[in-house]
Design a protein around this ligand. Structure first.
Ligand SMILES: [Zn+2]
Length: 274
């Protein structure tokens, strides 16, 4: 059995959306097809920021290990931070042209959440069916208007799943989900009947493995991480973001892809399940 590996990239921020065109060029240069999950709405939400502050406060009395990851400034820069706070544009307005170029270059494009990336992360799991319908359906329509796809993959921001969302997605042509992390790499079936494909390579707390690798100053061979993340179904999935692999992570990502090519065939996520 040929071992397969997919590279999943989530568009979360304005910088991810703007750097997508660089990512398409990088993929073409490396000869790799990516699976790009695009958020169609705004990146940040004031109410989500408030919820995040509350949740951080609730764990303050119980300090845990510091997370090894890059700061938001390292990833999107002051310009990206200011744009997100002051303008907070809908991401599809920044990424639509690059998404079409990515599609035409053979990359897979899926949908990543509803009308606001941060709000999904902090509130999607508590939304009822009507709230989720208002939050998700316009995002599906934006996605289908831009890409023209009737069948697509879906991933939830922050791996925060929602059963009402899954029912809507199943009725709207969604073909598979990617909503959990599990290095044993077994596809599971969600209650709505859609296959759910795990990310198999990640650092703790859903941090991008290569971001952790850079932030922690790790030097262990990337080949080992790849080997260990090919699971029982014979595939692996690494996930990251355009702002990292076309920014601070560009060099290590290219090394990772070279190492990956030696061990597996690099495919899109739909090729893993469909
Ligand atoms: Zn995301």
């Amino acid at each position: 059995m040929t071992r397969k590996y997919a590279v999943r990239l989530d568009i979360d921020t304005t910088v991810c959306a703007r750097k997508l065109i660089d990512v398409v060029e990088l993929g073409n240069r490396l000869g790799v097809k990516f699976t790009i999950f695009a958020n169609m709405g705004r990146s940040v939400s004031l109410s989500a920021a408030f919820l995040r502050r509350l949740s951080q406060r609730s764990v303050r009395g119980n300090p845990t290990e510091p997370m090894m990851k890059l700061s938001i400034r390292d990833k999107i820069g002051w310009k990206g931070i200011l744009e997100s706070i002051l303008i907070n544009p809908e991401l599809h307005r920044l990424s639509a042209d690059a998404l079409l170029k990515a599609r035409d270059s053979g990359h897979e494009i899926g949908l990543h959440g509803g009308l606001n990336h941060s709000l999904w992360h902090f509130a999607a799991s508590s939304m009822d069916a009507d709230q989720m319908h208002r939050f998700l359906t316009p995002a599906i329509e934006h996605y289908q208007n831009i890409l023209g796809y009737n069948s697509f993959g879906f991933s939830s921001p922050g791996f925060k799943s929602s059963q009402p969302a899954y029912e809507i997605l199943a009725g709207a042509g969604c073909a598979y989900l990617s909503d959990f992390i599990d290095c044993t790499g077994r596809v599971r079936c969600s209650p709505c009947g859609l296959p759910d494909v795990p990310v198999t390579l990640s650092a703790a707390n859903t941090v991008d493995f290569l971001e952790w690798y850079v932030a922690s100053g790790a030097s262990s061979p990337l080949e080992n991480a790849i080997e260990q993340s090919i699971g029982e179904d014979g595939f692996g999935v690494y996930y990251s973001h355009p702002c990292f692999i076309a920014g601070k992570g560009k060099q290590v990502f290219s090394q990772f892809v070279c190492a990956l090519r030696e061990q597996a065939e690099i495919v899109t996520m739909s090729e893993l399940v469909l």
